[in-house]
Design a protein around this ligand. Structure first.
Ligand code: FES
Length: 273
């Protein structure tokens, strides 16, 4: 059992939670994830860690209350307990040899992009961060990004905050302005990551996409998180979560992520009743 020591609400459905998990905190690196069960009946939910603190032995999650488990997690308070946590899982973000990187986050993917951007900056990499949201009310972690990275570019679809437009537009503008990125790392909706790759391809910039997939065991045994990479089956939980964006079969990923939308909606409606 893991005691919650801090909780903040970042927007109407985004939350920041810190809980005790000293063994995970000791070993975790940016880009890795955990699988948690909120209670003994809970499904196993994968989520990238937003941060860890070795001294306090705590792990931070930033998440959207969108399915059954994340809605239940959002209802817990400081002093309550999370049933169990497995991790750290997955491969850490590759940082060796990087000097200048652009991180592109979309919507709730910004919560997952934050530890990656901060980890790179702490490792001495120059980081430009492009964060996109639909509208001002959905913006999260603006101050945290501004503090962590070299340059922060805020985009909204409707222009209600930052610049009006898509993250891909800003990314292309930065590349055309002469920014010689060693790598672009993108986290967000698959359709956005697919188009980030379309933007970088003509410039030959290596592009890494952090993928989210359905997961069950988190150990490469169940096949639930399989993705198609260069025509080969890979598993997000053990081979990822980060992959060469040019090698991802985006259509397969988008189709697989939509499999359980109806069931998730039913559970959500049930909890909200
Ligand atoms: Fe089972 Fe990845 S979650 S193979």
């Amino acid at each position: 059992m893991h005691k919650i020591v801090l909780k903040k609400q970042l927007s109407h459905d985004m939350f920041w939670i810190e809980f005790e998990a000293p063994f995970v905190a000791k070993k975790a690196k940016p880009g890795q994830f955990i699988i948690f069960r909120v209670d003994e009946y809970g499904e196993r939910v994968p989520i990238t860690m937003a941060g860890t603190n070795k001294e306090t032995g705590t792990v931070t999650l930033i998440f959207q209350a969108v399915g059954r488990s994340t809605m239940l997690l959002s209802q817990l308070e400081v002093g309550d307990y999370i049933q169990d946590v497995v991790g750290p899982l997955g491969k850490p973000t590759h940082m060796e040899g990087l000097k200048k990187v652009c991180v592109v986050g979309g919507g709730t993917g910004n919560a997952l992009a934050y530890p990656v951007a901060r980890g790179l900056a702490e490792a001495g990499v120059k980081v430009d961060m492009v964060s996109g949201f639909k509208t001002e009310e959905l913006i999260v972690l603006k101050e945290e990004f501004e503090e962590a990275v070299d340059n922060f570019y805020l985009m909204t679809d409707d222009g209600s905050a930052g610049e009006k437009g898509f993250t891909t537009t800003k990314l292309e503008e930065l590349i055309k302005a002469g920014n010689d990125y060693d790598e672009v790392i993108t986290v967000g909706p698959p359709i956005m990551m697919k188009f980030v790759n379309e933007v970088t391809k003509p410039y030959g910039i290596k592009t890494i996409a952090s993928l989210t997939a359905l997961m069950i065991d988190g150990t490469g045994m169940c096949g639930g998180c399989r993705v198609s990479i260069n025509g080969e089956t890979k598993y997000v939980c053990v081979d990822g979560p980060e992959f060469d964006a040019a090698a991802v079969d985006w259509d397969v990923l988008i189709a697989r992520n939509a499999y359980y939308h109806e069931e998730e909606k039913e559970e959500r409606d049930h909890i909200c009743r």
